[in-house]
Design a protein around this ligand. Structure first.
Ligand code: ACO
Length: 319
């Protein structure tokens, strides 16, 4: 049997850090409110002129270096993003040109905060089938530009960043299964209403959210798809070395972890340092734990995400 396996990880956060203390000088909020409701302490914000492709390129180059591959090896690029530089070409095509990759396919995936989980699952199908040999899978976002910075209910939650993995064909087990879901009828609880299909940028360009409804859906579906991934592969929670969940909010992460009866020490969390970076959040957390050597070769790792759409899903893998 052929598998796809992660051969290297990388990530990037913009230099500018905006702390809760700085936010409380601008809007009616407090460090205490933000930390107690979300666990977020700071977020990184892209510089003026910095684009999603710039963030993606930093993360991609770091993952390629870790995997010891170069532009000639990559034959598939998938970028998960909600904040592409342009309507088209896709961010993946812009990234392909930047990296000097001349072969294979490149396309974007739009599943908001579940984007990286969707993209990794798609890349796995291409690589495990033998159609492609070496995929670059990136989650990159500049969510700060979708926010109304006067809306304290949303602007404190998000940040900018990018994460990437190189996925190679392998005889050894890597990705074991993926489980993807969507419920378009719930799209209204988290959305950016603006769009270009009216022939101009129409409607509200800022993110709107029913926070309580998102919280309820997220805690339900993250538990369901974690349980499903383990059961599908004949594992129990005891077999799991690490959970790498979408980094939206510590209360959502803790609720999911506790429902699974998973000790919190086996969960990778980075949300305090960068807030919710949407599609970048899972690969950012994964790269952090690979580089600090908590996640080691051979370990069983479950990643999962939930986001706008609404979309959600999980990928279980041997690292
Ligand atoms: N600072 C201070 N006060 C605030 C802030 C803020 N930044 N934001 C809201 N408040 C106020 C509200 O106005 C409200 O005041 P009121 O009672 O006078 O009207 C009060 O705090 C309580 O508001 P609630 O919305 O009830 O606060 P809650 O405890 O539910 O927490 C939160 C809100 C953190 C958004 C919560 O609902 C949540 O975590 N939801 C999930 C949202 C999420 O993570 N979204 C990310 C995108 S989706 C994803 O990635 C899965």
């Amino acid at each position: 049997m052929n598998y796809s396996k992660i051969a290297g990880t990388g990530s990037y956060l913009p230099n500018r850090v905006v702390t809760n203390s700085e936010l409380q000088t601008r809007i009616d909020t407090s460090d205490e409110w933000i930390v107690s409701r979300t666990g977020i302490e700071a977020r990184h914000i892209a510089a003026e002129g910095e684009k999603t492709t710039d963030l993606a390129e930093h993360a991609a180059r770091a993952a390629m270096a870790a995997a010891n591959v170069n532009a000639d090896d990559i034959d598939l690029i998938i970028v998960a993003t909600t904040t592409p530089d342009k309507v088209f070409p896709s961010t993946a095509c812009l990234l392909q040109a930047r990296l000097g990759v001349k072969q294979g396919a490149a396309f974007d995936v739009q599943a908001v905060c579940t984007g990286f989980v969707y993209a990794l699952s798609i890349a796995d199908k291409f690589v495990a089938s033998g159609q492609h040999r070496c995929a670059l899978v990136v989650g990159a976002e500049i969510f700060s530009r979708l926010l109304d910075w006067n809306d304290r209910r949303t602007c404190v939650l998000f940040g900018d960043g990018a994460g990437a993995v190189v996925l190679k064909a392998s005889k050894e087990p890597g990705i074991l299964s993926s489980h993807l879901y969507a419920d378009g009828s719930m799209g209204h609880i988290l959305q950016v209403d603006g769009g270009v299909s009216a022939g101009k940028l129409a409607d509200n360009p800022y993110l709107q959210m029913d926070g309580a409804a998102v919280f309820r859906l997220a805690t339900r579906v993250l538990h369901e798809c974690a349980t499903e991934a383990l059961r599908h592969n004949g594992f129990t929670v005891e077999d799991l070395d690490w959970l790498v969940p979408h980094q939206a909010n510590m209360r959502i992460i803790n609720s999911t972890t506790d429902k699974l009866n998973l000790p919190r020490e086996r969960v990778i969390t980075t949300v305090a340092q960068h807030g919710n970076t949407s599609a970048a959040s899972v690969p950012l957390a994964l790269d952090t734990a690979v580089r600090d050597q908590r996640i080691k070769p051979g370990q069983l790792v479950l990643i999962e995400g939930v986001g706008g759409g609404m979309t959600w899903g999980s990928v279980l893998l041997r690292f």
